[in-house]
Design a protein around this ligand. Structure first.
Ligand SMILES: Cc1cc2nc3c(=O)[nH]c(=O)nc-3n(C[C@H](O)[C@H](O)[C@H](O)COP(=O)(O)OP(=O)(O)OC[C@H]3O[C@@H](n4cnc5c(N)ncnc54)[C@H](O)[C@@H]3O)c2cc1C
Length: 424
């Protein structure tokens, strides 16, 4: 609805990416050990790891490789989950919280390794600053840094006061925060395209313009053909929740928006190359490109349609952090759809024997989707220990979408956002 079918959005990423030639659509009947639906990080990570383990794999993508959130996101490879370790320890116990924190750490390492091996043009750079708008939030960040250092052996966080933060990012609206050197950021579309190249080199067959209409255990159908496979992975995240009712009841699509400034020259505000995420409920996040542009994300919406003027939506957020840039030329602006769960923890499941689903990373998807794709490949190869750790996370179903359809889903999403925002 918001995009031209088969075309990447008009993003700075698409303009600067090392593109792949179009891949042929699926025609006729084929078979494979694993059929993956969706060529984003989840699907391509699963495909790559399964192929490396000796499986034959076919990936079916409705549009282009990386057309979804994987080719449009803020590129931030954050630590942990959307819920902090206190929440995890309180709800799941300290041992599971520790195991989950370690597993999420492996996810970050996996992404860094994949970039180094297969997508050097994704240009990984370390450092995410979490910038807090209130003194209370600064205190929370600082105490979390101590807690992670003492109890989780995570020593990559540096506490920042207001002046140190202002000096690094060139904005004085924040009261302080932390710099996470164990997190980082990259060019997201180059990352997903690099994964696709690596998957193909490992023997994976990828078909673009091959929208899947029907999935049943062992069989996947597009307009042009059928794939029979012992195992199937639904890796559509916010773009294909309708394919499976059970998955649809656990994840909700949400839209988020980004814009990129012209090269800012002397006006470029950040003195250290670093990404930033702030403490607003709808997080603002940004980083500076090597040619001095700001890639700025801020603003979300519920429902199917993007707002008419995405530039205006992002500009309003950008101007709150950098008022001097309120009239800057935004050369690119685009939206994308991600998915969240009721607890903001990932949904990973074998919904029926041989039919897997992975989605709902709730804004932590760059690291967690690539991790979960690998965990599906591991599970198919017979190692389910880490798969089960994520699959057993609480992500209670949200019945509105399944029962009432898309209109009610939007209403449910909105109500859900208010509940989250005001803690009711
Ligand atoms: C604007 C924005 C900013 C974000 N910023 C960050 C960030 O900075 N850090 C972070 O960690 N996360 C971020 N995220 C989230 C992150 O991008 C996602 O969690 C992650 O990319 C999900 O990857 P995926 O492969 O599961 O899904 P996607 O990348 O969305 O891929 C799903 C694919 O499935 C395809 N598909 C759908 N239906 C079908 C069908 N029927 N048949 C065949 N193919 C189908 C789609 O075309 C799409 O290519 C952001 C998301 C958005 C939208």
């Amino acid at each position: 609805m918001n995009d031209t079918p088969g075309q990447y959005p008009d993003s700075w990423y698409a303009e600067t990416a090392t593109m792949l030639a179009p891949q042929p659509a699926l025609k006729g009947e084929k078979s494979a050990d694993l059929c993956v639906v969706g060529a984003g990080y989840t699907g391509l990570s699963a495909a790559l790891h399964a192929a490396k383990a000796g499986q034959s794999v076919i990936v079916l993508e409705a549009q282009r490789i990386g057309f979804g959130a994987s080719g449009r996101n803020g590129g931030q490879i954050g630590s942990g989950f959307n819920k902090d370790v206190h929440w995890l320890a309180d709800h799941l116990g300290r041992d599971r919280a520790k195991a989950l924190w370690a597993l999420a750490g492996q996810g970050k390492t996996l992404v860094r390794t994949l970039i180094a091996d297969h997508a050097p043009d994704a240009d990984y750079r370390p450092g995410i600053i979490h910038a807090a708008l209130t003194q209370g939030e600064v205190a929370e960040h600082h105490s979390e840094a101590d807690h992670l250092s003492f109890n989780y052996d995570y020593r990559s966080l540096t506490k920042l006061d207001a002046d140190q933060l202002a000096m690094l990012i060139g904005s004085n609206v924040f009261k302080g925060g932390v710099l996470d050197e164990g997190a980082g950021y990259c060019h997201p579309l180059n990352l997903v395209l690099g994964l696709a190249r690596a998957a193909q080199a490992a023997g994976v067959e990828i078909h673009e313009r091959s929208e899947v209409h029907k999935v049943e255990p062992g069989r996947v159908q597009t307009n042009g053909g059928v794939v029979r496979a012992k195992n199937i992975l639904l890796a559509c995240n916010g773009y294909g929740t309708h394919l499976n009712r059970k998955t649809a009841s656990h994840v909700l699509p949400i839209n988020n928006y980004l814009a990129v400034t012209e090269p800012l020259g002397d006006r470029a505000p950040m003195i250290r190359p670093v990404a930033v995420a702030d403490s607003r409920f709808v997080v603002n996040y940004w980083w500076q490109t090597r040619d001095g542009r700001l890639v700025y994300g801020g603003g979300e919406s519920y429902g199917r349609k993007y707002p008419k003027d995405i530039r205006a939506k992002v500009r309003a957020n950008l101007a709150r952090v950098y008022p001097e840039l309120k009239d800057v030329n935004l050369t690119h602006a685009w939206g994308g759809t991600l998915a969240v769960t009721s607890t903001r923890l990932p949904y990973l499941a074998e919904v029926e024997p041989g039919l897997f689903a992975a989605a709902g990373y709730s804004g932590h998807g760059v690291a967690l989707s690539i991790l979960c794709g690998k965990l599906v490949a591991d599970a198919i190869a017979g190692d389910r220990s880490d798969f089960d750790l994520i699959a057993n996370l609480p992500t209670p179903a949200l019945p509105a979408g399944r029962i009432f359809g898309p209109a009610m889903t939007s209403a449910a999403m909105f109500a859900f956002s208010l509940r989250d925002r005001f803690g009711v």
